[in-house]
Design a protein around this ligand. Sequence first.
Ligand SMILES: *Cc1c(COP(=O)(O)O)cnc(C)c1O
Length: 427
Amino acid sequence: MNFENHLAFAQSMDSKDPLREMRNEYLFPQQNGTPFIYLCGNSLGLQPKSAKKVLDQQLQLWQNLAVEGWFEGDEPWMFYHKELKRLMAPIVGAKEAEVCPMNTLTVNLHLLMVSFYQPSQKRYKIIMEAGAFPSDQYAIESQVRFHGFDPKDAIIEVKPREGEYTLRTVDIIEKIEAHANEIALVLFGGINYFTGQWFDMEAITKAGQGIGAKVGFDLAHAAGNVPLALHHWGVDFACWCSYKYQNAGPGGISGIFVHEKHFLDKSLHRFAGWWGYQENTRFLMEKGFVPETGADGWQVSCTQVMPMALYHASLKLFEKAGNMEVLRTKSKTLTSYLFYIVNQVNEKLGFEQFKIITPTEENDRGAQVSIIARTHGKQIFDHLVTNHVLGDWREPNVIRLSPVPMYNSFEDVFRTGELLLTLSKSI
Ligand SMILES: *Cc1c(COP(=O)(O)O)cnc(C)c1O
């Protein structure tokens, strides 16, 4: 596509955008009446206008029905998660039975590792990306220790090559194959939080399972951002949070995926709780855990209705937008436009003030662009905020900007470029 660095061009792109009305469904932060250009949906998605209403409805149900709410009313809480399963499944490319909303992300990562990281003395290593999100690093280290192994020995990290920021698929696969007999689990982010690199999940799954390991993904930055096909790719398990690209609110409920090929596998350990018990006999309260078939069997505690109501409100907007392909089509163009605009800023300045470390290739990234400023990175970032552009800063030196197709516009991107140029000239 031939982009142009003009307001009129950006506005004409917006007028042709089939998703242009979607931004009216969300609330943008403001300061003294000026709304922010919000480029931080990779960290905390915006509040749907419907969020307040659904919470009010649930509070009303709680008030009117109290305990009866579990089985009475139009949407009894006992079955509330089912409607979410229906809406979540297409976002990650799964069957309804393979997904379930529950807990929070790192907690689910632990619960799923209980099932899918069952090391033996020979096969006990975990392979992951270097520079994974800290929570994942800590969770994996502690799991390894819990099984009596030393993280220094048991965790293999795949690193970028000298002078590079992102991983090459060949290097990931080579590493997996080099340790073929020792690896119990391949656990990657779908999209790396720092660089915005979208890994070749299908190739990683194939390579990991090819050497006899289980393969799982943390989809915190991928779910709701890029189209996924977890079932088709044969991924063993995955989990994600709903508060980044899925706009379900701070600390929002997490989702899990367990491939149906594992539904009847009794050799998988689980940390059980009553809500994972077979649904139709759960309230007989009998001794001896019998799991519900499917991802639901990994539930531990009773349904978290309030955070689920928020996730539900957001998922309805994904349904309204169409499907992940529709969002992705806009996302590719919008993110490419941000690449173009940042390069335009460099061109106008006459030197590379902003180095993009996110992969240039469209299929290797989602909506996030990670930028290293040659100088004054933090200062430029702070100025962006003062001037009502909200991205985020990641230590030690990266500005992350995420034009989210659900609610960002081409004009947002154009205006951000104008600011980057003025700010760079003024420091
Ligand atoms: C955001 C994020 C988390 C956060 O985990 P919580 O348990 O929701 O606090 C974990 N892992 C990754 C990869 C993330 O991007």
